[in-house]
Design a protein around this ligand. Structure first.
Ligand code: SAH
Length: 445
């Protein structure tokens, strides 16, 4: 048994405190019997019985002391006890000093993800209720719901809930779990969301590729309630159909909301090319912003089908819109060979580099499409270019774009630096949360 009392104080921002009663933890665990392992799929009763611990290698506590919430496998000296993936355990430095409570995952490069820096915290239903309520209240305070019914309610690590994403589309919540810890608390989390938000449906889209890296099986289905036949989200007054069950991510790209609104303000009278258009997000904004024409491309016929429905859903002028099912890498070359040109080009490709290991290959992809984009822009034209790759930093992205402009033979200025909207906050100690970066560039006239 741990000598920590269950606490009543539950402030997520409690500063790190040194261990009080556990100074010689290693001795204690050797003496004690191994922790009883919680059965898979069921939450253990918090960490009240947690004896399991990760002992870090000498000096490898530094990033954790800066509040970065991941323990990489290379930082682990030893695991005490017999924890199962998903169990809560203590993270301790070589001297046995408490650093954090974290969720263990035996099968991941990220051996543990931190739930709390406070030794008095108990990781249980009340803990999750407070974290979830705090995330929701934070968004309410940002007044993001004006003319919009969609919002990211929980942004994983940045909301103190590693591996948990919850997106809201009207009265449907879509939950995506990407860590063994969040997986362990899945039912508890669904109950809390149901109580706090009372949605018609909580749908689970735990089917992203990254689940495999965490050793988790794929899941896609209703968790609570029933899924309405049609799900719609309103964003800045525009209505979009959302394919919650089969669409990409959780069905829609909420992160681009404010960047799409910027597009609208600059589109008037322009010939616009929207590459990787998905269900027509940027295209609809450009049309509402009185673009002269909008050519939109995507490789997914299903996404384009919804895009066309979205056009009529909003009574926008279909005669100014053209949709093409195409591989953008090929289509941009064709447009170049045809001598076509545009006043505004949007490039919002999928994630080319999920981690830094893919950065080099991804950089070639970004350079290619941006170089072609620059070539297709008329003098004075605007390029809206994005990367949602966690493995490409903002600095590297800007360098890639600079290289593309140089090779395309154009001079360009950055007129906006863009990021995900405010419902995707980035924890200061977790820069990985800032996965989306964008630049708006004006080429010389
Ligand atoms: N801009 C969109 C989101 C884009 S997501 C929005 O605002 O909602 C990336 C899109 O790229 C997906 O729709 C995917 O189908 C598409 N895609 C991926 N690879 C592609 C390729 N080679 N050519 C064209 N589209 C591609």
């Amino acid at each position: 048994m741990t000598d920590k009392k269950p606490n009543t104080r539950r402030t997520p921002s409690t500063p790190h405190r040194a261990s009080q009663g556990n100074r010689d933890f290693r001795k204690r665990t050797r003496r004690d019997a191994p922790a009883p392992a919680a059965p898979h799929g069921k939450p253990s009763d918090g960490n009240a019985n947690a004896q399991a611990a990760i002992l870090l290698r000498e000096g490898r506590e530094k990033s954790l002391l800066r509040r970065h919430p991941w323990v990489f496998s290379g930082a682990v000296e030893r695991i005490d006890g017999a924890p199962l993936s998903g169990d809560t355990l203590a993270v301790r430095d070589t001297s046995g000093k408490f650093i954090a409570w974290a969720a263990y995952n035996a099968g991941s490069q990220i051996t543990a993800r931190v739930w709390s820096w406070c030794e008095d915290d108990v990781i249980d239903g009340d803990f999750f209720r407070l974290r979830i309520a705090t995330a929701i209240a934070g968004r309410t305070g940002l007044k993001l719901d004006k003319d919009s019914s969609g919002m990211r309610l929980i942004h994983a690590e940045s909301d103190g809930l590693p591996g948990l994403i919850v997106d809201q589309y009207g009265d449907v919540l879509v939950m995506q779990i990407g860590s063994a810890g969040a997986e362990r608390w899945r039912e508890t989390i669904a109950d809390i969301l149901q109580q706090l938000c009372n949605p018609a449906c909580i749908y689970e889209r735990s089917d992203s590729d990254s689940r495999a890296l965490e050793g988790l099986e794929l899941r896609n289905g209703v968790l609570r309630g029933s899924l309405p036949e049609a799900v719609e989200v309103i964003e800045h007054g525009l209505r979009f159909g959302v394919d919650v069950a089969a669409g990409q991510k959780t069905g829609f790209y909420l992160d681009q909301r404010d960047n799409r609104a910027l597009t609208e303000t600059l589109a008037e009278g322009k010939d616009v090319l929207n590459c990787f258009c998905y269900t027509g997000g940027f295209s609809l904004y450009a049309l509402r912003g009185s673009a002269k024409s909008v050519l939109s491309m995507d490789a997914s016929g299903d996404a384009l089908h919804i895009a066309e429905q979205n056009l009529s859903r909003n009574n926008l002028d279909a005669s100014r819109a053209e949709w093409q099912e195409a591989d953008v890498f090929v289509a941009l070359r064709k447009l170049r060979d045809q001598g076509r040109s545009f006043d505004m080009i949007i490039l919002d490709p999928p994630k080319f580099a999920p981690t830094a290991a893919y950065a080099e290959k991804a950089a070639r992809g970004y350079k290619d499409i941006n170089l072609l984009g620059f070539k297709l822009l008329r003098p004075g034209g605007l390029l809206f270019t994005y990367s949602c790759s966690g493995g490409i930093s903002e600095e590297l992205f800007q360098k890639i774009i600079a290289g593309a402009a140089l090779d395309a033979g154009v001079d360009a200025q950055i007129v906006h630096h863009l990021h995900a909207s405010a419902d995707h906050p980035v924890l200061l100690s977790f820069p990985e949360g800032a996965y989306l970066k964008g630049l708006v560039l004006r080429v010389a006239g």
